[in-house]
Write a protein that binds this ligand. Structure first.
Ligand SMILES: [Zn+2]
Length: 98
């Protein structure tokens, strides 16, 4: 997994204040969903990704979320290799749908 530079820049609007616990974990969150336990972290890519939530592109340089399954077949290593890049809004919508 490529390392991502830490950035003090906020990935959301300037009026968005991250939760302290989120900040303390370096942006890594754990999310329980119907299909498993996910790790989610913020990222800013240097290339274009395709969001599985809306099938639209995430342009290079756009802050977004990277999500991978921690308890799937093959464990977290396999999950990391199959990690997907999501628009933050699409991931939130997915989380609300569960
Ligand atoms: Zn999307």
């Amino acid at each position: 997994m490529p390392s991502h530079r830490r950035s003090s820049r906020r990935p959301y609007g300037a009026d968005h204040v991250p939760l302290d616990v989120d900040r303390a974990r370096g942006g890594l969150r754990h999310v329980s969903a119907d299909d498993g336990e996910w790790s989610v972290r913020r990222a800013t890519g240097d290339k274009t990704y395709r969001c599985p939530g809306c099938s639209q592109e995430i342009a290079a340089g756009t802050p977004h979320l990277v999500a991978w399954l921690r308890d799937g077949i093959g464990g977290e290593v396999a999950g990391l290799e199959a990690r997907r890049h999501w628009h933050a809004t699409c991931w939130d919508r997915r989380a609300r749908l569960r």
